[in-house]
Design a protein around this ligand. Structure first.
Ligand code: GLN
Length: 283
């Protein structure tokens, strides 16, 4: 089989599994197997694949046709212009979350603050991006999942950010409260999907991404309530609390923050026009 024939067969397999991005997915998987850039497979259509490479390629195509997300198959995803390592067991970073990170970075620079906490860090994408882009920042990243902590540590070491970061296991703020830490900013993209909605999510998400990182309890708001309450104990005065939220949670999250005493609360929309970020300040 040559490159062209392999791609056409792969397109058919993915198309019949309703993978909308079948062309780019097949091309990226072939690039991975051959260890080449995309231009190479476009320019060398008639190159014959060895049997090994052909088999390896169709193994990956079969994983994708079972809806396994590309990020897990490739073991990487781009976020904030940075290549993050990911594996099953951590949430895959989403472009929508970049809105939250960009706003955090702008607040940090404007107010010249430096002690940042990324709560429920998952792959570490949020806290690591902040550490990468903000000079003199110090970031504490927490998660309850051992897989998440290991993935975060790997990303930190890949990006040489060991001196600017601390990674620890904690059930929300249990550890930083115990240690008496104070942060200038807490940022979190906590699990926020309503339990009953999870079975209706697309196969890529519900069958592969960790339930622990998705479920926000019955009404999806469990973590906002706990993070607002516990977070106050480790936030310095004038400190910022910055959340990613579900598209229909703006009013509820704002009201939880208000009840807990936060002020100057505002929201931002994502590229799809949905409310995606809520930010408030501790007076
Ligand atoms: N902070 C990570 C992210 O935004 C993980 C979030 C989570 O596991 N809920 O991708």
């Amino acid at each position: 089989m040559n490159i062209n024939e392999a791609l056409i067969k792969a397109y058919d397999i993915l198309k019949s599994s309703d993978i909308e991005s079948y062309i780019i997915d097949a091309q990226l998987l072939l690039c991975r197997v051959l260890n080449v850039e995309k231009l190479y497979i476009i320019m060398n259509r008639s190159e014959i694949l060895t049997l090994d490479k052909e088999q390896e390629f169709f193994k990956l195509i079969n994983l994708r046709s079972c809806k396994k997300p590309m990020a897990y198959i490739l073991g990487q995803v781009e976020f904030m212009g940075i290549n993050f390592f990911v594996e099953e067991g951590v949430l895959i970073p989403r472009p929508d979350t970049e809105i939250l990170v960009e706003e955090c970075i702008s607040i940090i620079k404007k107010n010249n603050i430096s002690l940042i906490c990324d709560m429920c860090c998952g792959s570490g994408d949020i806290g690591i991006s902040i550490g990468h882009y903000v000079e003199n920042s110090k970031v504490w990243l927490y998660d309850i999942s051992d897989i998440a902590l290991n993935v975060t540590k790997k990303n930190i070491s890949n990006l040489n950010l060991g001196e600017k970061t601390n990674v620890n296991k904690s059930d929300l703020f249990q550890l930083p409260i115990k240690e008496g830490l104070k942060f200038n900013m807490i940022v979190s993209n906590p699990p926020y999907i309503k339990e009953e909605v999870i079975p209706t999510l697309m196969g890529d998400v519900k069958d592969y991404e960790p339930h622990l990182a998705l479920s926000g309890g019955q009404d999806g708001l469990d973590f906002y309530r706990r993070i607002c309450k516990e977070g106050k104990e480790v936030l310095s005065s004038d400190g910022y609390l910055c959340f990613e939220i579900g598209h229909d949670q703006e009013m509820e999250v704002k009201s939880i923050m208000k009840t807990e005493g936060f002020s100057d609360i505002y929201s931002l929309r994502d590229l799809g026009g949905n409310h995606r970020v809520v930010i408030g300040k501790l007076p």
